[in-house]
Design a protein around this ligand. Structure first.
Ligand SMILES: O=C(O)/C=C\C(=O)CC(=O)CC(=O)O
Length: 212
């Protein structure tokens, strides 16, 4: 059976997994989990069986169900042929993981839906604060590591994390022009088919008013 992605069109972590599938040329099916409708379909008992953290994405693949986007992507990397998503060189590999963790641990969770719901007011300024704080650090790292892509001239898991986080930054009205390296890399990435076909604007569950 084809892998089954339980995700949400504009969840940045779901988009990471869609990019990885697209880069590897893997066909997959999608089950939309609407994070807003009915108070959040990720909060149902049925979904909790798939991911006890009650977050998207979850992927059923090769008879197992996995959650946590980076674990899913590394499973895809370790079991599927196609372009390598991690460089062979240990230092480059460490830099890719450093950038992934900066985004996946240091930025994205702080602007995630369940955190914003918990803080109540000032959602936008809260999210902007943590995105900008992270992007200041990321910009200085990427100035050193980037070639055509985040780390050198080969696409990697770092690029898979970057474009969805820039999409979120734009949703929260962060001025990405302040970060020229991030901006340039994002433009390069969005021009790739693996990023455009997996984009939040064209998923099965994208609402009509947000379709490109
Ligand atoms: O506003 C909504 O429609 C609900 C949630 C999201 O889009 C996804 C997130 O919570 C942020 C993220 O993926 O980083």
């Amino acid at each position: 059976a084809a892998p089954l992605l339980h995700g949400y069109f504009r969840s940045s972590c779901s988009w990471r997994v869609r990019i990885a599938f697209a880069l590897k040329g893997i066909d997959y099916d999608q089950v939309p989990v609407n994070l807003i409708k009915d108070g959040g379909q990720q909060l149902t008992d049925q979904y909790k069986e798939l991911n006890p953290m009650q977050q998207v994405p979850a992927v059923t693949i090769d008879g197992v169900t996995l959650s946590q986007s980076l674990a899913i992507i590394q499973y895809i990397e370790e079991t599927r042929p196609g372009p390598a998503l991690l460089p062979a060189d240990p230092q480059k590999r460490a830099k890719v993981r450093m950038i992934c963790d900066l985004i996946a641990s240091g930025i994205q969770p702080l602007q995630n839906l369940y955190v914003l719901q918990k803080i109540g007011e000032d959602k936008v300024s809260w999210a902007q604060h943590f995105i900008i704080r992270g992007f200041v650090a990321l910009e200085s790292l990427l100035k050193e590591t980037a070639g055509k892509y985040c780390v050198g001239d080969e696409i990697s898991m770092a690029d898979i994390c970057l474009a969805p986080q820039v999409y979120n930054a734009e949703r929260f009205k962060v001025d990405v022009d302040q970060f020229p390296t991030i901006k340039r890399l994002n433009q390069t990435l969005l021009a790739l088919e693996a990023f455009s076909t997996s984009h939040p604007s064209c998923q099965p569950d994208t609402p009509a008013d947000l379709r490109a």
